[in-house]
Design a protein around this ligand. Structure first.
Ligand code: SAH
Length: 241
């Protein structure tokens, strides 16, 4: 968990956005949510939009002021879609992740997000060490609040180096086929194509070369190879009937 990062939402109007922020945070392994004077909270819309992240919502701390919400933080970043007339030192979401992500920072780091309609006020940015920017279309630069939290927390997640291999499917569990197993497969494939009358002896070399190219483009694992050989055996048996 990126527990030293505290997501602070200032005077959020729509409780649905608070729920969507909780969800975005949990997706990226964050759980520290602080709310400064939210208009409506707790609220059914927040819980609904949080989906399975209602634990993050339940644990959210509510504060009366931004000062209170960031009191225990050593680094404070105020995120803003707008360029300001006064120039604060600024970092992009990626630079923020490179600088303080990756488990390097021991400090508590506040990521402060503003109101949906008016963002953060200048006196609130005065409490921040850096302006945090998500680079985007300059003609349309204001992201939805939860989308902004999503982008920043995604960058922190990637920088944290936590295991993010896909858990979809079982790819990776079976050992890859060896060269010997692949050769046995090509022999079997060749035999089967001859048995079923598909291969013309004169063209068999170029067809086999092309087929090797197809299979060499993908690295088959032993289970996938078993399936293909099962299909070949089935075609041979079927052909004999
Ligand atoms: N209309 C507001 C923006 C509201 S979006 C304004 O003019 O400032 C709500 C919050 O999402 C912003 O206060 C900011 O914290 C964050 N946000 C939205 N787009 C962003 C961007 N491109 N970069 C950094 N933060 C952004």
């Amino acid at each position: 968990m990126l527990s030293n990062f505290k997501v602070v939402l200032v005077e959020t109007s729509h409780p649905g956005n608070i729920g969507a922020v909780a969800r975005a945070m949990k997706n990226m392994g964050m759980d520290q949510l602080r709310l400064v004077s939210p208009k409506l909270f707790p609220h059914a819309d927040a819980t609904a939009r949080a989906s399975g992240a209602d634990d993050v919502l339940r644990a959210a701390r509510v504060h009366d002021s931004l000062q209170q919400a960031i009191a225990d933080c050593q680094v404070v970043l105020g995120s803003s879609a707008r360029d300001r007339t006064i120039s604060w030192p600024s970092v992009t979401a990626r630079e923020c992740a490179e600088k303080w992500g990756g488990g390097a920072a021991k400090e508590n780091i506040a990521l402060v997000f503003g109101r949906e309609n008016s963002g953060l006020k200048n006196h609130e940015l005065d409490l921040c060490h850096y302006l945090l920017r998500i680079p985007c279309n300059p003609d349309y630069s204001s992201l939805n609040l939860a989308a902004a939290v999503q982008v920043v927390s995604y960058e922190l997640f990637v920088a944290s180096g936590r295991e993010y291999a896909s858990s979809i499917g079982d790819r990776g569990e079976e050992p890859l086929a060896t060269a010997e197993q692949m050769e046995a497969f090509y022999t079997h494939l060749h035999e089967t194509m001859a048995d079923i009358g598909f291969l013309h002896p004169e063209r068999s070399r170029s067809i086999m070369r092309r087929l090797r190219r197809v299979f060499n483009r993908t690295q088959l694992d032993t289970k996938e190879l078993d399936i293909l050989r099962g299909i070949l055996r089935f075609s041979q048996n079927h052909n004999l009937k």
